[in-house]
Design a protein around this ligand. Structure first.
Ligand code: FMN
Length: 355
């Protein structure tokens, strides 16, 4: 009998052959042209060839002014960049997999000198508490975004979405997780605004609503629009970005009213308790929406993947997909597999091509 994991699932008009996907993973390999190294692009194609139903690329930054937070990040804002990704999406499709492009703006996670226009902007002038591991120095206090800045950033999302469509991706994901710009708007930890974009959850959500509406308008109906959310951020990892399950669910209900096709929930560990409810993050999310759900966090073998599907429709794997080119067939064969840590995943940022 085919397991649920290896049965197809359809999201809108897009059918995935199984429920195992490659999680989005930034590789920092692009040079001045903002196009990733060839072996980094080949890594995605290999994962499609080896059976992943869904392949996310690395998070793409949305402008040349203030979006970038790490060296070597990629963009899809000109024809050369579109052409480079078109080859990748064609190959992924030829292997029967679905491609999704994640796009984001780093907001206050940027630092001096990393962006061509050298700006660090965020909902509020509040820096993360921890030092920036990229510089060994405190993050700068960001400039509070004006309406002009918000329009500029919005435009970056729209222009990048046009690039994503032209590059042939089956879907686009707005990265609203991990403490980057859109996540910064959503959480009171980083959003202290007193205008229509701060305060209540509805207000903090307002800019995301504008981005979703604007991006959807430039996407053909047959392409998927997804969002990724999390209760944690890359900086100040111990901070809960939301006060509890009810605030989280209020946010999910706002997302559920949008023209989006799925929600991806990012956790450290899919099985961990959400907000002291005794339920998983996926379960707490599913309680308030019928949208297809993707879940990620310590899904590394058949058992974890099977368990994670209890409260979700698709599972994503990060470090195991990175380090094991045969993860999907190994899961199918129920091989005993290792749970990798962050240190081993550091190879993602080196020039060593991954198998
Ligand atoms: C090298 C690396 C780069 C990552 N880059 C991104 C990214 O660009 N966008 C994102 O949403 N998550 C990113 N993540 C997080 C993963 O998508 C995933 O949520 C995380 O690794 C937990 O899943 P795992 O336990 O299967 O590794 C990254 C993770 C790794 C290891």
């Amino acid at each position: 009998m085919t397991s649920l994991l290896f049965s197809p699932v359809t999201i809108k008009q897009v059918t995935l052959k199984n429920r195992i996907g490659v999680a989005p993973m930034t590789r920092m390999s692009a040079s001045g042209d903002s196009i990733p190294r060839e072996d980094v692009l080949q890594f995605l194609i290999t994962r499609a060839r080896n059976g992943a139903g869904l392949v996310y690329n690395e998070a793409i930054v949305t402008d040349y002014e203030s979006a970038q937070g790490y060296p070597g990040q990629a963009r899809i804002l000109n024809q050369n960049q579109v052409d480079a990704w078109k080859d990748v999406t064609d190959e992924i499709r030829s292997h029967g997999a679905v491609s999704v492009c994640q796009i984001f703006h780093c907001g206050r996670m940027a630092y001096e000198g990393i962006n061509p226009a050298n700006r660090v902007i965020a909902p509020s002038p509040v820096a993360p508490m921890q030092e920036n591991p990229m510089t060994g120095a405190p993050y700068p206090v960001p400039e509070q975004m004006t309406r002009f800045d918000m329009d500029h950033v919005l435009n970056g999302f729209v222009e990048t979405a046009k690039g994503v469509v032209a590059a042939g991706f089956d879907g686009l994901e707005l990265h609203c997780a991990h403490g980057y710009l859109l996540s910064q708007f959503l959480s009171t930890y980083s959003n202290r605004r007193t205008d229509a974009y701060g305060g209540s959850m509805e207000n903090r959500y307002r800019f995301i609503h504008e981005v979703i509406q604007a991006v959807r308008r430039v996407m053909p109906e047959d392409r998927l629009l997804l969002v990724r959310v999390s209760n944690w951020g890359i900086a100040d990892t111990e901070v809960s970005l939301f006060s509890g399950a009810s605030e989280w669910q209020q946010m999910i209900q706002l997302f559920a009213k949008e023209p989006i096709d799925a929600i991806s929930v990012s956790t450290y560990d899919f099985a961990q308790d959400a907000f002291g409810t005794g339920k998983t993050m996926a379960k707490v999310t599913r309680e308030v929406t019928d949208l297809p759900l993707l879940i990620c966090g310590k899904i590394y073998d058949r058992n974890s993947a099977k368990n994670a599907l209890t409260d979700a429709d698709l599972v994503l794997s990060g470090k195991s997909m990175l380090l094991n080119p045969n993860l999907v067939s190994d899961i199918a064969a129920d091989q005993k597999l290792p749970l990798y840590g962050s240190e081993e995943a550091g190879v993602a940022y080196t020039a060593t091509p991954l198998p």
